[in-house]
Design a protein around this ligand. Sequence first.
Ligand code: AMP
Length: 214
Amino acid sequence: MNIILLGPPGAGKGTQAHLLVSERGMIQLSTGDMLREAKDSGTEMGQRVAEVMARGELVTDEIVIALIREKLEGDNAGGFIFDGFPRTLAQADALGELLNDCDETLDVVVEMQVDDEALVSRITARSTCADCGEVYNDNTKPIPEDGICTKCGNATEFKRRADDNEEALRNRLMEYYKKTSPLIGYYYAKGMLKSVNGLGEIDEVKAAIAKVLS
Ligand code: AMP
């Protein structure tokens, strides 16, 4: 089964994708993670996109479509979770074509609904384990006092994303409403859209997603 997790920044796409990976053996394709890796490893493309990402704007369709194309050529035993892709109508069209070319289909688009105030407080409070990417939140799931990640068990660093600040977040939300939210109608018209309430506890959202996937 191949699915998209669709929703604004801070909706919990990454958290739910991690659960689907560990519990169902699915493969997470997060363009945000791929771009951050390219940036951290100092590739030419990574350097080009760094400023755009720091401002909270979208990088070009061409770059992210190329990243996804490369990953689709790999193993797909457990099914793909597209996390943070597609974010524009052009990316959505390209994904349809790429899947078609490798005889795959898109099965469900899960829209995670969260109100804007919750997004701002989630994002400004979030940090992630530098080793495994587990997400923590200052209010609901604070970083362990002993500095050991509850998921991977490593004594590690907990990082805040450079674009998790209020100004970049405003741009990210604007980009979402202008360019990404039209995908809700796009996938509704294709009969693929399933919406879940993304506001509850992690386990409640997980159960809601399990229900629409079954
Ligand atoms: P994310 O981790 O999904 O919140 O993405 C972080 C940043 O990476 C975004 O604010 C964009 O600058 C860039 N990005 C990630 N995915 C895409 C995409 N599909 N299209 C364009 N830009 C993207």
